[in-house]
Each structure stands twice: as C-alpha cells, then as structure tokens.
Design a protein. Structure first.
Length: 253
C-alpha cells in the first residue's frame, strides 16, 4: 500500500481483512520469459459485492470513469463492479483471468473483455456447451471472440468488443460497430523478452488509461500493446511495469 501511495494511487478504499492472509502468486519463468502462475487468493477471496459497491459509490463513480476488474476476486464482487459501472454509464474493462466459472451474465456486463488465447477458448467452449451449440474453438480467435459478442440465449455480449492478447503474436481487437464487428490485428513490439510476468496487467492498465483520457479504442489498444512489451523487458510484475514517461518515449520512436 505504501508503494501504491508513492506512485500516486489512492488507497482509501482498501479493506484490510485481519482474519485472512494476503494473497500470493508463485510464478515460474522459463528461458523464453514465459510464465506459469499458481495463485493462493487469501484475502482476495474475502472481497464481497457490498464492499465493492460501497467503495465505488464512495468514489462518486460516473460516466467519465473507466472501471477495470479482474477475476482474481469472487464472481459476485466482479458482477457488482461491472453492474454499477453499467448503471452509472462508466465504461468497464474485464480481465477474465482465471476464466473458470465465468458466464455471460458476468462478462456480458463489461464493455470490453481482455482474455488471453487460453481464456478466450475456455469462455467460448464453456458457453457452447451450456447452450448446446457447436463449439467455436477451432483455431480462429476471431470466431471465438465473435461468438462471445453475439447475443444468444444467455444474453448480450460485451458492449464494445473483445481484445485477445496473444503474447509474441500481439493482439486481436474485435470491436462492435453497430450491428457489425471489425477485427484489427495489432503486432507485438519486437524486443528481447526477459520476463512476461505482469505484461497482461500492464496491458490492461494502459488500456484503461487510454480510454479514460479519451483515445479511440484502437489507439488505446496500440498504446497498451507497447506498455505490455515494455513490461517484459525487466524482471518482476509491478517492478517491471513501465512508467508513463517510459511509455511516451517508446511511442515517440
């Protein structure tokens, strides 16, 4: 919390659960900089929908804001955050990691969903099984993303689109434009990867910053791809993330 405050992040809404331990992630990194993560959620699992709603309401959440939510908290807490954002007109980004147990009634409340390739497949296959349709798994990330965006028996999909993070292959943005979808492939930055830990977090943070400062979705996504690439150049999760100044310098090259 002290480190967050040093970076100008408000911690006034943080809830401390004294009867639970702090969550921890064990991260293994291979020779290519790729990681495998095992998480013990600890106090994260104690976050409730009421806590989330109280915190966001105390901040005066409005239509000018962007709410960023990950699935490392209980589904009810995720739903509460996304539902309140939708209610007040704020835009929302949902990182469905981990993807287990997610249904359209939750991720469909988001404006933008940002799965990686395995999370996208898990969401698409699980939904196909629930509604009894052929699985869109295959090898087409675009087809899987569109299956989650299209309205079906479980309800509407995300309002703005889906951004699939593909590691060294970059990102696939499938954006909703009225009744149609537009797909844009955005290449990754060519760099020497040291440690991919935290790259997804850097991507989502930069994407939220780009949206809240009024940048078009594709522009915000391209900035986020650069931020994620820079985050892989140093070891560590939070410690490896680029500063705003580093991101601007990289984008100016």
């Amino acid at each position: 919390m002290a480190a967050l405050r040093d970076d100008g992040v408000g911690t006034g809404c943080v809830r401390v659960l004294h009867d639970q331990s702090t969550g921890v992630a064990a991260i293994l990194v291979d020779g290519r900089g790729e990681n495998v993560i095992a998480v013990a959620p600890g106090a994260n699992a104690g976050l409730t929908a009421v806590m989330v709603t109280d915190a966001l309401e105390s901040l005066g959440l409005s239509g000018t804001d962007v709410v960023l939510v990950s699935h490392e908290i209980p589904a009810d807490a995720v739903r509460a955050a996304l539902a309140l954002a939708r209610k007040v007109g704020a835009r929302s980004i949902f990182d469905p990691a981990p993807a287990d147990g997610l249904v359209r009634g939750i991720f469909g409340l988001a404006d933008l969903v940002t799965p990686n390739r395995s999370e996208l497949a898990a969401l698409a296959v699980a939904e196909a099984i629930r509604i009894g349709r052929p699985s869109p798994a295959g090898n087409s990330f675009e087809r899987q993303a569109r299956s989650l965006l299209e309205t079906n028996a479980e309800g509407p999909g995300p309002r703005l689109g889906i951004v699939v993070t593909l590691g060294p292959a970059g990102v696939l943005l499938v954006a909703r434009e009225g009744a149609r979808f537009r797909s844009v492939a955005i290449p990754a930055v060519r760099i020497a990867v040291v440690d991919a830990t935290g790259a997804g977090d850097a991507f989502n943070g930069a994407l939220a910053e780009g949206m809240v400062t009024g940048r078009p979705l594709e522009v915000a996504t391209r900035r986020a791809v650069m931020a994620a690439g820079l985050a892989t150049m140093r070891s560590g999760a939070r410690d490896g993330m680029p500063t705003a100044a580093e991101l601007e310098r990289a984008l100016a090259v």
